[in-house]
Design a protein around this ligand. Structure first.
Ligand code: BES
Ligand code: MN
Ligand code: ZN
Length: 490
């Protein structure tokens, strides 16, 4: 879908639908609202009078008879309370409007700006919301495909058209990077092998001028990555350690490493998972796909800081060569690990990946992973969990999330939790029992980042949306692409 700016008055724009938001309790007494009301013979006032529409968040009204407008239909959306309105409401409203109108076979719609939010920011949010909402996972349907298609969203503005256009451009870059990540996550594991994931990273590197290095198992072995290779040894698919690098034009002393878990399928290994729902474990590379997606946007937005994206990619399979519960492996840092449960594999591959980030000169690390089922018990599908060793870095991440419209909640990581992952036989063991599963998982990774400022995002609860929502289709969400881009690019 194309997104464009238009400086004409809303009633002059020919399109299938005009989308107009109303705040809770707002009446069409003046300005654009009064004008629309007049041109539609009082349809807004009458919907308000009858109580059919009051501007509450989530409400909408679809009006057929638009008389004095050039738009064929009018879609009123509830914006909720004016004092609570933010760019994130714009994102959701644009998304809900786009999905609703696609369902009604619209091809073009215009979105009237109704708030006093910053023009560029709201244009970016509207563009993101619409482009993200229209994403659907019907690549493998050969019949009953989503046939309706929106061609164009028009953002109307009287002034600030340059800011508006810039906002559209940024929004498009970020939404397309997120949808790229969703495509990669959605591929089944027979297609999205570690080799294929590396190939997608290679495409990204070529298209957006990033440097790429893909380490094969021999190189990982030379580097002593026994923890990652222990997970990979049970799979017939060769593991890959994918490294994407962005270098700014002007030199910077800072290097941010984004490290994403890339388990292309997690059976659990010898500690095998139950069959029920196991198919969903194709999304266990969501952190990795998100890392590549974020790097794609970063390459286009060109921040003034070095960024490396690292994805340890492997399957976790049971078999005659698989690692066993009780095995002891040696990570790249030299630490020994007792593998109590082969299903706690994410932390094992991340241990070597974060150590490699340090080796490549990272001054700050953020990793993201579908690491624990426990995070869904703690925070559901609403909040991403963040844990880390550096409060300033954590605060920056939470704040970037707020600005990007992604909710992130900090969990504690106090020293006391270290007790749970003490091993009798090795330096550390890879599980810490039933209590505080998300915390002990993060603590394990912490042991391998040493003194580099680091934060860990557990996206197991948020990377997959189980059911269709007004502004978002079921399936992979691409969560944290927006946060990471905001974090790095500001
Ligand atoms: N990939 C899973 C985490 C996961 C579980 C994501 C359910 C989404 C839904 C991870 O590798 C895993 O298996 N974690 C175990 C850890 C346990 C063995 C300590 C878990 O959460 O059960
Ligand atoms: Mn697992
Ligand atoms: Zn996993």
């Amino acid at each position: 879908m194309e997104v464009k700016a238009d400086t004409r008055k809303f009633h002059e724009i020919e399109c299938d639908a005009l989308v107009v938001g109303l705040f809770e309790g707002e009446k069409p007494l003046e300005g654009d609202l009064a004008e629309i009301d007049k041109r539609t013979e009082g349809v807004i006032s009458s919907l308000i009078e009858t109580g059919e529409f009051s501007g509450k968040s989530g409400e909408s009204a679809y009006v057929h008879n638009t008389g004095g407008l050039k738009a064929r239909r009018l879609l009123l959306m509830g914006y909720g309370k004016k004092e609570e309105f933010s760019a994130d409401n714009v994102r959701r409203m644009a998304g809900a409007a786009a999905r609703t109108l696609r369902g009604k076979k619209s091809r073009t719609f215009a979105f009237l700006r109704r708030s006093d939010l910053n023009i560029g920011e709201s244009a970016q949010a509207a563009t993101e919301g619409a482009l993200l909402s229209l994403y659907d996972i019907d690549k493998y349907h050969t019949s009953d495909k989503t046939e309706n298609h929106l061609d164009q969203m028009i953002l109307i503005t009287g002034d600030g058209v340059d800011e508006l256009r810039a906002g559209i451009e940024t929004g498009r870059i970020i939404a397309e990077a997120t949808n790229f990540a969703r495509d990669v996550i959605n591929e089944p594991a027979n297609i999205m092998t570690p080799t294929e994931l590396a190939r997608r990273a290679e495409d990204t590197a070529h298209s957006y001028a990033l440097e790429l290095d893909v380490l094969d198992e021999a190189r990982m072995k030379e580097l002593g990555m026994g923890s990652l290779l222990g997970v990979a040894q049970g799979s017939a698919e060769p593991a890959k350690l994918i490294v994407l690098r962005y270098t700014p034009k002007t030199e910077s002393d800072e290097t941010i490493a984004i490290v994403g878990k890339g388990i292309t399928f997690d059976t659990g290994g010898i500690s095998i998972k139950p069959a029920d729902g196991m198919e969903k474990m194709k999304y266990d590379m969501a952190g990795g796909a998100t890392t590549i997606g974020a790097m794609r946007a970063i390459a286009q937005l060109k921040p003034a800081v070095n960024v490396i994206g690292i994805v340890p990619a492997t399957e976790n399979m049971p078999g005659g060569r698989s690692q066993r519960p009780g095995d002891v492996v040696r990570a790249m840092t030299g630490k020994t690990i007792e593998v109590i449960n082969t299903d706690a594999e994410g932390r094992l591959v991340l241990a070597d990946a974060v150590a490699y980030a340090r080796k490549l000169g990272a001054t700050k690390i953020v990793d993201l992973a579908t690491l624990t089922g426990a995070v869904s018990i703690a925070l559901g599908d609403v909040y991403v969990a963040v844990l880390g060793s550096d409060q300033t870095w954590i605060d920056e991440i939470i704040s970037a999330g707020k600005k990007a419209g992604e909710k992130i909640w900090q969990l504690p990581l106090d020293k006391e939790y270290r007790e749970q992952i003490k091993s009798e036989i090795a330096d550390i063991k890879n599980i810490g029992g039933r209590k505080a599963g998300t915390i002990t998982g993060a603590y394990f990774i912490r042991e391998f980042v040493e003194d580099t400022p680091w934060a860990h995002l557990d996206i197991a609860g948020t990377a997959w949306n189980d059911s269709n929502k007004p502004h978002l289709s079921a399936g992979p969400t691409g969560v944290c692409v927006r946060t990471l881009v905001k974090l790095v690019c500001g």
